[in-house]
Design a protein around this ligand. Sequence first.
Ligand code: SAH
Ligand code: SF4
Ligand code: F3S
Length: 438
Amino acid sequence: MTRKLYVKTYGCQMNVYDSERMESALAAEGYATTETPEDADLILLNTCHIREKAAEKVYSELGRLKALKARAGVQIAVAGCVAQAEGAEMLARAPAVDVVVGPQAYHRLPKLAEAARRTGRAQLDTEFPEEDKFDHLPAAPKTRRAPAAFLTVQEGCDKFCAFCVVPYTRGAEVSRPVERLLREARDLVARGVVEITLLGQNVNAFHGAGPDGTEWGLGRLIRAFAGIEGLARIRYTTSHPNDMDDDLIAAHREIGQLMPYLHLPVQAGSDRVLKAMNRKHSAAGYLRLIERIRAARPDIALSGDFIVGFPGETEADFRETLALVRETGYAQAYSFKYSPRPGTPAAGAEQVPEDEKADRLARLQALLSEQQAAFNAAQLGRRLPVLVEKPGRHAGQMVGRSPYLQAVHLEAAAEETGQILEVEITGAGPNSLAGRRA
Ligand code: SAH
Ligand code: SF4
Ligand code: F3S
C-alpha cells in the first residue's frame, strides 16, 4: 500500500539534508512524497530550536495541522532539534503528535511510525544510539535532480557557546568516515550533481577516519573530493574560527574547485562579550585569521553570524561589533537578537532590554546590508562562471549561483540546469545579480 508523506523542514541546511534522508528511508517503506499536508498519511516536521521564535513556529504549525487528523490513519511526526530538546514535554503539549524522534535516531523513524499505528500510542525516541544512523538510512531520493547537493560530514558540537542549544540537541562532535563520504559524493555526481556543500555544525572540526588509518582534517577531505571527476564545485559550512587550520586555509589557495566563499561566524566584536559567550577567541584573533585567509584567497567572499544584546552587552560593546564588521567587510551575513534558550548557561542572566536589542539589530543590519550591496555592485562588468540551478520567476529565465554564492538571474534554457556558464554581470541588486551569457 502506498502512503503519502508530507515533509516540512525548518532551521539549518543539516535539517534539509536529514529530511531527504528520512524521506528516502520512508520511500523504502512505500511512502511517496506529496507537496500538500491535506492528502498526507504521515506529516513530518523537521524542527529547529535555535531561537525561541523558531521553536514556537512548530507549535503554531501543529495547531493548524491537528484538524487534518480528523481523517482516519493520519499521523504527525516531529523530528529535529525541538523534538530532541523537548522530548516527552512535546507529547504533553501537543497530543496530536504521534512520533517524536531526535536527530540521532532518524533511522528508527519508519519503525516508530509503524509502532504508533499498531499500538495507537505515541512513540518517543531521543536517544543518542551507538550505531551510526547514516549506515541505516538510504541515500537521498534518486528522483531529485538538483545540480547542487548537501552532504553531512560532521555532526554535533563540543564548543558550548553560552547561548547555544546545538551541543544539547545534536550531541557531541562526530565525523563520518572518509571512504563513506567519498562513496556518497561519487553517487551524487553520478546522478548529475556538480556542486557539493560539506555540512557540519562545526564542519572544520572534521576529523574523520581516513582509508589509510589516520585521522583526516577537512582540508585533506576537500583535496580528496577535488579528485572526483565531474565534481566542479566544493563548499563547506559552518566553520568555527578556532578550527581554521593551516591546511584548510592552504586548500583555499590550491584547490580550484573550492569556491571562494567562507561562512565564519564571530558573533560579537567585544572581547568581554566573546569571553562571556565562551567563544574562546578574541576579536583581534578573528581579524588576524581573516587576514591569513585573504592572503590565501584574496577574492574570498566572507559571511558571518552575529548576536546582538547578549546578556551584559553594553552600547560600547556593541560598537565594537560594528567596528569589527567595518574592518572585515562582509559579502553577506546573518544577525539575530539574543534569544534565551532553556538549559543554556546564559539563559538565566539579566537580559538586555528588548528595545535596545531591536535598535542594535537595526543598526547592525543597516551596515551589513550596505556591505552586501557594495559587494554585489563590485561584480558589475565582471565575467563569472555561474552554475545554472533552477527556473527563475519569468519565462526563459533561470537562476544560478556565482562562485561567491550570489544568486544570478539570466536567460537560459531549463535544459542548461547543472551547466556552468560564463556570464557577464550586468545588474546588481541588494540580494542578487543579473547577467547575460558572455
Ligand atoms: N555551528 C554554527 C551555527 C550555529 S547556529 C556556528 O557555530 O556558527 C547559527 C547561528 O544562530 C549562530 O551562529 C548564532 O549566531 C545564532 N544563534 C545561536 N543561538 C542563538 C541564540 N540563543 N540567540 C540568538 N541567536 C543565536
Ligand atoms: Fe552553537 Fe557555538 Fe557550537 Fe556553533 S560553535 S553550534 S554557536 S555551541
Ligand atoms: Fe536549528 Fe538544530 Fe540546525 S537548532 S539551526 S536545526 S542544528
